[in-house]
Write a protein that binds this ligand. Sequence first.
Ligand SMILES: [Zn+2]
Length: 206
Amino acid sequence: MNITEIRIKLMSDPNDRLQAFCSITFDYCFVIRDLKIIQGTKGPFVAMPSRKLTDRCPKCEMKNHLRAAYCNGCGTSLDSDRALDEDDGRAKLYADIAHPINSDCREMIQDQVVAAFEEEMVRAKEPGYTCRYDDYGEENYARLKETESNPDILPMSAHQPDEDSAQRRVDGAHEEKQDPHAGEQRRPQQEIFYDNEGDSFGAGVL
Ligand SMILES: [Zn+2]
């Protein structure tokens, strides 16, 4: 199995530990997105795509991140220290979605991705550079609803009867406006899984 394509999206702030997102294609036919290139103390390393682990609120069954101190659904206070500890004593808050299962594969991915990342940084300085990573705008800020004209849709009104909320959604569809900044790339505070730093990526799963 070979990597046949690597696409990289460089972050705008070179001082950020998160240097880039990337996708890799295996044998021209299978793509994995959302790998991260993170600046570690021993140079850049690759972190596999991962998801936040969640559990359910015992009162309203809403899923919450394991470090959430309050339920996102009903506001109940939760024990923010409830995540299970891994063997090394650190809380397990994320799980890899895709990852290598041996060190040969891990090194093959790491070496090629880091090489492609370094080439991308050179290319990014050339005129006419375009990023080829498929970006779904997940790092853009959401457009705010205009709450002044709709005082009944403030977050505190989360527990209204279903009929009301359905009606609001229908109403909202008519109010949708074109945002002049819709295409603007702005990056919110990152929540990145840095736990693998110091070794190489995937170390926690082998
Ligand atoms: Zn709840």
